[in-house]
Design a protein around this ligand. Structure first.
Ligand SMILES: NC(=O)c1ccc[n+]([C@@H]2O[C@H](COP(=O)([O-])OP(=O)(O)OC[C@H]3O[C@@H](n4cnc5c(N)ncnc54)[C@H](O)[C@@H]3O)[C@@H](O)[C@H]2O)c1
Length: 153
């Protein structure tokens, strides 16, 4: 398995990354270190992860990063990047929430459109987790035109 974990420096994403590595997966994590809570806490979340040669952290915003490139070779996507907090989400900070939760999710899903006619596709998506099963085209486990190369374990 080669997993992409968004929000990888966060509480859930970092623990999930540890578990995935323990199970033998390769992990690519993305995090933009938003200021929702102190960066130092997120850095501590990464203590067990940094230095593992199957782990790579990309510090970037999902709303900016070239996701097509990052998704190449990824077999599983765990989308945990978010701005949490129900009460804070309404009012003055509303735009922050729509940007980090809605826009970023849409941008992550965007590459799945157009398969199989486009050059590649993402696996089908379930809430919180995208696991590979069948391509939208229904032909094979992976779309023949998909750039994914690794078989899921
Ligand atoms: N922690 C919990 O107990 C819990 C419970 C239920 C659901 N959840 C949900 O799980 C998800 C993750 O929760 P968490 O507790 O790990 O939150 P968290 O704030 O610790 O982690 C989220 C991470 O996402 C990053 N991030 C946000 N927007 C980003 C973007 N556009 N690009 C890149 N990185 C970005 C942040 O920097 C942060 O490190 C949230 O959707 C949350 O609502 C959490």
């Amino acid at each position: 398995m080669k997993a992409l974990v968004t929000g990888g420096a966060g509480f859930v994403g970092s623990h999930l990354s540890e578990r995935l590595l323990a199970q033998g997966a390769e992990v690519v994590a993305i995090d933009s270190f938003t200021d929702y809570y102190p960066r130092a806490i997120k850095e501590r979340n990464l203590d067990e992860l940094r230095g593992n040669d199957r782990y790579r952290l990309i510090e970037a915003d999902l709303n900016v990063l070239d996701l097509r490139e990052v998704l190449t070779g990824i077999t599983h996507v765990f989308h945990l990047a978010a701005q949490a907090g129900v009460r804070k989400s309404w009012g003055r900070d509303f735009r922050t929430y729509t940007t980090l939760n809605v826009d970023a999710t849409q941008r992550l899903l965007e590459p799945s459109w157009g398969c199989p006619s486009s050059a590649w596709c993402m696996p089908p998506v379930r809430p919180y987790m995208a696991t590979p099963s069948r391509c939208r085209c229904g032909k094979t486990r992976w779309c023949s035109q998909c750039r994914h190369t690794a078989s899921p374990s």
